[in-house]
Design a protein around this ligand. Structure first.
Ligand SMILES: NC(=O)c1ccc[n+]([C@@H]2O[C@H](COP(=O)([O-])OP(=O)(O)OC[C@H]3O[C@@H](n4cnc5c(N)ncnc54)[C@H](OP(=O)(O)O)[C@@H]3O)[C@@H](O)[C@H]2O)c1
Length: 362
């Protein structure tokens, strides 16, 4: 029985992790469950899985260190900057960490990777694109490659004009064409901020300089990413868009267990690829620039994005103002070095305050 802890158990990734547990009776024991604010859902899951430890962030009682130490795998699936703290605690326990939370690598990639190395933790990506790269590299993060190409569905507004983008609603942004995800990451897929995040994550996970990273639109979301090698060969990982596959692999690798239906190549007929229309989606370029700048810049970017997307979802600002808010915060808050979690947390607070002023909610 593999002992697992799930941080963010009530969300999209957390629940799909528990589906994997249900589908493999006798394989996994859930020792710890943590959530943010959804007490009822956490209680229901605790009743079903009988974890030794539970924690609700809203109560201010953190998950005890023993919960990490007693787990064979910690699934970090909390959303937002809050995930960084959990990712650091999980890697410091020195076991396997199945990392779904993007913000921990976007904001604190150097810190998380350095702590993972220092503590001997095994960091396995859950995001489908990074899992695809991990698989194409032979289930390693340190194998050589010449280029990584991350695929992007393009989101619901891929072919919208700039004029149309100015009028899209939150309900439309939440209708992702291929993936069912939590609200923040779904809106980030519509602005393409998410793809910028993923390039930053790949930079940290695979030690890839930015010139070796690119993104391409692939509307079917069947090819999850492509690794190119020096000799011109390219390896891609394919599968129906189903997050349970990378989640389960992060729990069991190198072992593969039955999970999702096999691809039917005759029915697939065609796979399409097209250039990412960066000029229509400024969040992508903003993320990439912040990633290249490093230090506290990606944390400022992320904090402003969390505030702006929250305001967009509540109908308080238009879609283009998400990018404007991020750009505004980045221009107002100077980049600093980010040697510690505390430095990042301070930048996060400053950027949130700034972004709240920019969107008009103090
Ligand atoms: N969904 C996907 O397919 C997907 C794919 C790749 C990567 N990701 C990444 O995975 C992460 C989770 O995404 P999601 O789609 O699952 O989000 P989600 O559906 O919004 O769920 C977020 C989860 O995080 C919990 N949470 C929030 N703040 C917390 C805190 N301070 N402490 C502990 N738990 C907290 C929430 O608890 P409550 O419900 O109790 O508030 C919920 O369980 C994000 O970083 C996202 O970018 C998601």
């Amino acid at each position: 029985m593999k002992k697992i802890a799930i941080i963010g158990c009530t969300g999209s990734i957390g629940r799909q992790t528990l589906e994997v547990v249900r589908a493999n009776p006798g394989r996994f024991e859930v020792v710890a469950l943590a959530a943010g604010r959804n007490r009822a859902a956490l209680s229901a899951l605790a009743e079903e899985f009988h974890p030794k430890y539970t924690a609700l962030a809203q109560d201010g009682a953190p998950m005890p260190e023993e919960a990490y130490a007693e787990s064979d795998v910690v699934v970090v699936a909390a959303s937002g900057f809050a995930g960084l703290c959990y990712a650091l605690e999980a890697v410091r326990a020195g076991g396997r960490v199945a990392l779904a939370n993007k913000e921990s690598l976007v904001c604190g990639g150097e810190l998380v990777l350095a702590e993972a190395e220092r503590c001997g933790a095994e960091l396995i990506p859950v995001d489908s694109e990074h899992s695809a790269i991990f698989q194409a590299l032979g289930m390693r993060r340190d194998a050589p490659f010449s280029k990584l190409i991350l695929t992007a569905s393009g989101g619901p507004f891929l072919h919208h004009t700039k004029k149309e983008l100015a009028r899209v609603t939150a309900a439309e942004a939440l209708r992702h064409p291929t993936w069912k995800m939590g609200p923040k990451v779904t809106v980030d897929s519509a602005t393409l901020l998410n793809k910028g995040y993923e390039l930053i994550e790949a930079h940290h996970l695979y030690g890839a300089p930015y010139e070796k990273l690119s993104a391409i639109v692939h509307p079917e979301s069947v090819v999850h990413s492509i690794v190119c090698f020096e000799d011109g060969a390219a390896l891609a990982q394919l599968g129906y868009p189903d997050m349970r596959v990378p989640i389960q692999l992060a729990l069991t690798c190198p072992e593969r267990l039955p999970c999702a239906p096999q691809l039917n190549f005759e029915k697939l007929a065609a796979l399409h690829f097209e250039r990412l229309p960066e000029e229509k989606f400024p969040c992508f370029g903003l993320a990439l620039a912040a990633g290249k700048a490093g230090g506290t810049a990606p944390t400022v970017l992320n904090a402003a994005a969390e505030v702006a997307v929250g305001a967009f979802l509540e109908g308080g600002i238009t879609f283009p103002r998400i990018a404007e808010t991020i750009e505004g915060a980045l221009s107002k808050i100077p980049r600093e070095e980010a040697e510690s979690y505390e430095a990042l947390a301070a930048a996060d607070r400053r950027a949130r305050d700034c972004a709240r002023r920019l969107v008009g909610v103090e």
